[in-house]
Design a protein around this ligand. Structure first.
Ligand code: GLN
Length: 311
């Protein structure tokens, strides 16, 4: 295998020349005005060494990628009790779909669709309070990022998420009728919108993903962030549900647990080997980064990192 620096440089070079880049999310101006020509990639290996190329140090909105970190925090606070309020099954539906909630009595299919992530936010608000939970998520990201410079919650983004978040409000209200939202809707959604507005670079995002690559251990301090079974559960859910109704195609093409965000970021984990972040703002029809997926497919072809690789 060629060295990672040249592999990543080659992939970024290829991606930068592609003109069909998908469509940037346009439901709020701060996402709509991002330059679709941006492309960044960062890999952190098991020794903590970082390999980066392109716009890997430019901050972007991580959006639904934050669902991984919300779940991690909620699991450490709530343990397996949490699974009585959100299931562990793929949805096969769009990220913001409401249809399954009726037949499933207000219990979302998984924590990575919006409905599931809103339940996770509700659990965090119950445990830590609205502002305490927001701070805990920010602190988690800051402490795991390797270099916290510039990592922040974009208040303008959070406010615009709130002002346009009617469907998320509908999901929360609907689940409340089944007793699966237990705090005032505004508090639970406030946390959800603020976590979506977490803003960081690929290098920082790959740094945060380090604890999943190691099976729950902080690469730098050696501290346990999650148990091994919880790290496995989170990665299994990323593989099955991390790309919504595009999760099957992602698993086949890339073969790594991955989570996307509508800001164009993807975090993918090669267990025991690497934490990888890519960012390309243009999305495919399922709301997942078009070139980000292609870049990960290339990376796995060149490194053999697919979890299905022994063959
Ligand atoms: N803020 C977006 C929403 O809640 C996040 C969705 C996503 O990244 N897929 O609709």
């Amino acid at each position: 295998m060629a060295d990672l620096d040249s592999i990543i440089a080659e992939i970024v070079h290829e991606m930068q020349r592609i003109t069909e880049r998908g469509h940037v999310a346009d439901y709020i101006p701060p996402l709509a005005c991002v330059d679709p020509g941006k492309f960044g990639m960062a890999v952190i290996d098991a020794s903590g060494q970082a390999y980066v190329a392109g716009d890997a140090d430019e901050a972007f909105s991580i959006q639904s990628l934050s669902k991984v970190f919300g779940l991690t925090l909620a699991l450490t606070l709530e343990g397996s009790e949490l699974w009585s309020r959100v299931r562990q099954e793929p949805s096969g539906s769009a990220f913001n779909s409401i249809v399954q909630l009726e037949s499933e009595h207000g219990i979302p299919r998984n924590p990575f669709i919006n409905a599931g992530a809103i339940v996770i936010s509700d659990i965090l608000v119950s445990r830590l309070g609205r502002l305490g939970a927001r701070q805990a998520l920010l602190d988690f990201a800051l402490s795991q990022s390797g270099n916290p410079e510039g990592l922040h919650i974009d208040e303008n983004m959070a406010a615009q998420e709130r002002d346009t978040g009617f469907r998320n409000a509908a999901l929360a209200n609907y689940m409340r009728t089944f007793g699966n939202i237990r705090n005032p809707i505004e508090d639970t959604l406030d946390l959800y919108f603020h976590q979506c507005a977490l803003t960081m670079s690929c290098r920082q995002l790959a740094g945060i993903g380090g604890y999943l690559m190691t099976g729950g251990v902080d690469l730098r301090s050696g501290r346990m962030i999650t148990s091994v079974p919880d790290a496995r559960t989170i990665m299994a859910l990323m593989m099955m549900c991390g790309h919504y109704d595009g999760s099957g195609a992602f698993a086949i093409r890339v073969g790594l647990p991955g989570k996307s965000g509508v800001g164009g970021g993807i975090l993918a984990i090669a267990p025991g080997l690497a934490s990888v972040a890519v960012w390309s703002p243009g999305l495919n029809s399922q709301g997942n980064s078009l070139l980000g997926t292609l870049a990960l497919e290339r990376l796995v072809q060149k490194t053999g990192w697919s979890v299905f690789n022994p063959f």
